[in-house]
Design a protein around this ligand. Structure first.
Ligand code: ATP
Ligand code: MG
Length: 556
């Protein structure tokens, strides 16, 4: 379901209250406690737009209450995790504008504590070593309509459990041969409570602990303890963990932690035309569908950054989407709208010709150059102005000329006069073609009386087009993007990869852009917002990404 702007606004009112009102009550009851949250990514991929929302909620909530937010790598799964991801996540959180101070933590640093708590559970008769394999465990688990069955190993003595668990730790058993399970209730209507596995054997090296461990804790067991160890007061997570909350609370209660944190769930962010699953994004990277995690078409934070998104735009988007309690699909147009809104007053507006045709102003003196003063952004006068050279040979965009135009075409065509932006009225007199009938240049004349700013009122023209002086133009590669995913006409409701998500053009830019630095952002008049590519731009080659077009395609 796509939401309208009004619905989204409403959600954000309701829901920013929902986490905050829980915390307000807590603050009233515990006036001396600092609110403490955490953002707990698993370093098994790059962060995406969905994580940006979680980051804004976790750090934003702490900010609102003058509290603290930790960055914690939830690195309890050795096989999928990598330091490359750790570094990218740190960079992304910082770039979004959040600060974890000196509170950067790794769940893997708590492995000893998790182990001690597990021993405690065994001693209390609350955990046991099971010899069933994964398939048998699944069979014994039952279904939503049928209760599960107790494992034949469920009633092992505490001594035997302690011995087996220690030997699991020492590496005496192969992967998958035994697990440690919490002793809860095999008849619970909540399947998560049917004696969940809390430790498994995996003889795998860990990026932080190396080969020290060959047993690793499961998420549902480790996460509440991580929160408790760090003194988290409110553990904010996505809705799929709602059914795991009784388990979260069970672990804290049975481990007898002081000041147990409280888990609160909010809706995941889903955005039309965007994938928000690290697993799927990783497949795009591995299958070379895209040029890495930071490909400007990727919904990763690094991809959005390279595309030209600003942290302000992403934070504004997350704010407007709000914190809802029900999953929904947000139109990507809202994200684009936030971006335009942010760049509107920040980006200089310049002239760029993406698909050039040559124009010769036949009555303009050869060798003459005029420097026209142009405001950088009419809506931000403080951004000053620059000089744009005008000369006899110019480029205009192919789409601004038609030899046989339909009615109401107000741009250039034979016999028509238009304004060349910030310059003169120019009239097209002749179309020059090559032997194949392709247009190679247009011969035009200008009227010196009509210079912009001269107050000329003699006659009016209906069209204004942008242009670039040929001898001064800067060459650039311009990359125009479409969504990576589009609707699949053959399978209703399904998305498919867009085979036309990238179009590359050889553009001619006004000379001021020769000074552009990596990551600089501009509005190319009529073409949209563009950002200097941070990866492929070199001294010899300037590459621009189209960040976003100028118009929204907001769907109602
Ligand atoms: P993925 O499904 O992409 O693998 P994940 O939930 O496994 O994501 P984690 O690294 O575990 O990724 O996520 C860190 C935090 O970000 C978690 O608290 C998670 O709930 C939150 N998060 C992940 N995806 C979204 C999303 N689409 N919207 C909001 N929060 C999200
Ligand atoms: Mg996860």
């Amino acid at each position: 379901m796509n939401k309208s702007k009004e619905e989204i606004a409403e959600d954000s009112n309701v829901s920013s209250n929902f986490i905050h009102s829980i915390i307000d009550e807590y603050v009233e009851a515990n006036p001396n406690n600092k609110i403490h949250t955490r953002f707990p990514p698993e370093p098994n991929g790059y962060l995406h737009i969905g994580h940006a929302k979680a980051i804004c909620i976790d750090f934003g909530t702490a900010q609102k209450y003058n509290g603290l937010c930790n960055l914690r790598f939830d690195d309890t799964n050795p096989t999928k995790e990598d330091v490359e991801y750790v570094e990218s996540i740190k960079e992304d959180v910082k770039w979004l504008g959040f600060d974890w101070g000196d509170r950067l933590y790794y769940a893997s640093n708590y492995f000893d504590k998790f182990y001690d708590y597990a021993v405690k559970l065994i001693k209390k008769g609350k955990a046991y070593v099971d010899d069933l394999n994964a398939e048998q465990i699944r069979e014994y688990r039952g279904t939503l309509t049928e209760p599960g069955k107790n494992s034949p190993h469920r009633d092992r003595s505490v001594e035997e459990n302690l011995d087996l668990f220690e030997r699991m730790k020492k590496g005496e058993f192969p992967d998958g041969s035994r697990v440690l399970r919490a002793k809860m209730d095999m008849a619970s209507p909540n399947l998560n409570m049917r004696d969940p596995v809390i430790y498994r054997i995996s003889h795998a090296s860990h990026h932080n602990t190396g080969d020290k461990w060959c047993i690793y804790p499961m998420y549902d067991y480790a996460h509440p303890l991580e929160d408790a160890i760090e003194g988290i007061t409110h553990s904010l997570c996505t809705l799929e963990f709602e059914d795991h909350r009784p388990l979260y609370d069970w672990v804290l209660r049975e481990c007898e932690v002081e000041n147990p944190p409280r888990q609160i769930e909010f809706a995941r962010l889903n955005v039309t035309n965007m994938v928000t699953s690290k697993r799927k994004l990783k497949a795009f990277v591995d299958d070379a569908v895209v040029d890495g995690w930071d490909d400007p078409r990727m919904p990763t934070i690094s991809g959005l950054r390279r595309r030209g998104y600003t942290p302000e735009a992403i934070r504004d988007f997350c704010d407007r989407v709000g914190v809802a309690k029900a999953d929904s699909m947000v139109d990507i147009a809202l994200l684009e709208h936030c971006l335009r809104d942010d760049l509107k007053l920040k980006a200089s507006r310049v002239m760029a010709v993406l698909d050039p045709i040559k124009v010769v102003i036949t009555n303009y003196p050869e060798g003459q150059v005029e420097y026209l003063e142009v405001e950088n952004n009419q809506e931000s006068p403080e951004m000053g102005s620059r000089e744009v050279p005008f000369s006899r040979i110019l480029y205009i965009d192919r789409e601004d000329f038609m030899e046989n135009p339909p009615k109401k075409y107000f741009r250039l065509f034979p016999g028509n006069e238009v304004r060349f932006k910030n310059a003169y009225f120019v009239k097209c007199n002749e179309v020059i073609k090559d032997e194949n009938g392709e247009i190679v240049e247009l011969h035009c004349t200008y009227d010196p009386e009509t210079k912009s700013g001269s107050g000329f009122t003699g006659r009016k023209v209906k069209g204004t087009i942008h242009w670039v002086s040929a001898q001064h133009a800067i060459d650039a590669e311009v990359r125009l993007y479409d969504y990576l995913l589009v609707e699949d006409e053959e399978n209703e409701g399904e998305m498919k990869l867009n085979s036309e998500s990238l179009k590359v053009q050889k553009a001619k830019l006004e000379p001021a852009l020769g000074e552009a630095k990596s990551g600089d952002k501009f509005q190319f008049i009529r073409h949209g917002y563009f950002s200097v590519d941070t990866k492929d731009t070199t001294k010899e080659k300037l590459v621009f990404n189209r960040t976003v077009s100028l118009k929204s395609s907001w769907k109602k």
